[in-house]
Design a protein around this ligand. Structure first.
Ligand code: ACM
Length: 511
């Protein structure tokens, strides 16, 4: 099983799951039951009718179990799945699925006959409450259907936060009724860079796309049914060239600019004035209207020099207060610590242990996502054939060795959890995202659900890969990229770990 449960005790015999198996559904669990039927019915022909004539799977709540925790008992005669809450039952159902053959992840049956579930007792609960993945749908747009599939993949690994990076210099994907040009103009660019920015190669091909309000509602509801919270991010006040392209009055000094076609930091960002603050408040009002979750991302990272620190602090503070007025908490990259972050902000600590300690020490809740351990755009091996070899080497084992608790040993209670970050400059579509994300996300999932350090992780990962394959995931083979997974036309820019470490040290020394 992956992530590994807290305790597993194997029993004798097997439960036979077949078309006659029934499902008994306790109070408050209709949603989980509906999801389970929707998964196992098509895959196995087991529709889990309430009036099943065979033995049953019983779902129920048990308030004695921890939040998101579960107890799964499989015997020859039946399956009982108890959860501390509906999320716990859902996670237990994901574990039950892992006890079935990989074909249970397909969309139609590929074999006849009953499926056997080995007798077992599993007790389980998560290590962290924030088990996340950030998906950058700004650098390359990810269509709604692929986002829904991605949510299924997160849920299958017991991750529960999808941080959607919805806006950046290279594209604005979030629909704003009051400012339609944000998506009409800011939602596409004339061409894209191919490979790392040092090579200045471009493809001459337009790229774009954006979500409608109904797309967002569907994504949020689909995720909620799988106990995944979507945390939207509107990156402010830096990374805003696409907004300036749509509404040049946001930064008149820059003259007319287009949506950025190259990667790397843009010198263009909105001016920090009362007018642009009102614009940002309007945008966040619409974000709050479509995303019901407690946390709203406001970015705050890598602001251009035209946005001086004092103005930035005032601006960001006003946005944090505005969100508080909506009853929401701001979520921001660790640059928000520069000059002191407002109270109540959750800090995404991406620039190493120093900022993680500083954020936790200053009393902020922290989501650990140090680039050297969790940036899934970084290359997966030293091999030059990796597509596209940027950043430092980050192997599956490197991700598995990541321990969020070690980053802030004096304030473990401040670490809400961790997330991996999928920046998509070099991932033009879902197949490329699959290659970069899997199986490294499996390692992160175990770190945040269970804790790393298990000697059998590699064996369990080997058993898990057929599940990914059954889900249609084009993961990176252990031996490296298949010929069609290489991108010889897109040269990279590999970094050495020591160089990146000293760069991070210099960037964060004052914090
Ligand atoms: C970031 O990588 N700019 C958060």
């Amino acid at each position: 099983m992956l992530p590994v449960p807290r305790s597993v005790t194997w029993g004798a015999g097997e439960f036979e799951l077949d078309a006659a198996t029934g499902l008994s559904v306790g109070e408050g669990l209709d949603g989980v039951a509906h999801w389970l039927r929707g998964e196992l019915g098509p895959a196995l022909g087991c529709w889990l009718s309430p009036a099943g004539t065979g033995r049953t799977i019983a779902l129920a709540l048990d308030p004695g179990l921890p939040p998101s925790g579960y107890l799964l008992v499989v015997t020859r005669d039946g399956i009982t799945l108890l959860g501390g809450d509906p999320a716990g039952v859902f996670h237990g159902a994901q574990t039950l699925r892992q006890l079935l053959p990989p074909a249970s992840y397909r969309r139609a049956p590929v074999a006849d006959g009953p499926c056997r579930v080995p007798a077992v007792t599993v007790r389980d609960a998560p290590r962290y409450r924030w088990r996340g993945c950030m998906l950058d749908v700004a650098r390359h747009f990810m269509p709604r259907a692929d986002v829904l599939r991605f949510i299924d993949l997160l849920a299958a690994h017991k991750l529960n936060v999808l941080h959607l990076h919805l806006t950046d210099d290279q594209g604005w994907r979030f629909p704003v009724e009051r400012y339609p040009l944000l998506t009409e103009v800011g939602g596409w660019r004339a061409e894209s860079m191919v490979g790392s920015r040092q090579h200045a190669r471009t493809d001459g091909r337009p790229h774009g796309g954006h979500y409608t309000a109904d797309d967002i509602r569907e994504i949020v509801a689909y995720a909620a049914a799988r106990f995944v919270t979507v945390v939207p991010e509107i990156d402010l006040p830096g990374h805003t060239q696409a907004a300036v392209a749509a509404y040049p009055w946001l930064a008149p000094g820059h003259g007319p600019v287009g949506v950025r076609t190259g990667w790397g930091l843009s010198p263009v960002g909105i001016d920090l004035t009362e007018e642009t603050l009102a614009f940002c408040r309007d945008v966040l009002d619409e974000v709050c209207a479509l995303f019901p979750g407690e946390y709203i991302g406001i970015g705050g990272d890598e602001c251009p020099p035209g946005q001086p620190l004092a103005d930035r602090r005032r601006f960001v503070r006003a946005l944090v207060e505005h969100l508080a007025g909506h009853g929401r908490r701001a979520y921001a990259w660790d640059e928000i610590l520069e000059g002191g972050a407002p109270r109540g902000v959750i800090v995404a600590a991406w620039r190493g242990p120093g900022v993680t300690r500083a954020a936790a020490g200053a009393g902020h809740d922290v989501v650990a996502c140090p680039d050297l351990s969790t940036y899934l755009d970084y290359r997966q091996s030293e091999h030059p054939d990796e597509p596209v070899p940027v950043g430092t080497v980050l192997t599956v084992d490197d991700v598995y060795a990541f321990d969020p608790a070690a980053l802030a040993p004096d304030h473990p209670e401040r670490i809400l959890g961790a997330q991996c970050n999928v920046w998509t400059e070099h991932m033009p579509g879902t197949r490329a995202v699959d290659y970069m994300v899997f199986p490294r996300l499996c390692a992160l999932a175990e770190v945040v659900w269970s804790a790393g350090g298990r000697a059998d992780f590699r064996d369990r990962l080997a058993e898990h890969l057929p599940r990914l394959a059954a889900m249609g995931v084009e993961y990176r083979p252990e031996s490296g990229p298949l010929p069609w997974q290489r991108r010889p036309d897109a040269p990279g820019w590999p970094r050495a770990r020591a160089d990146r470490e000293s760069e991070l040290d210099a960037l964060t020394r004052g914090i």
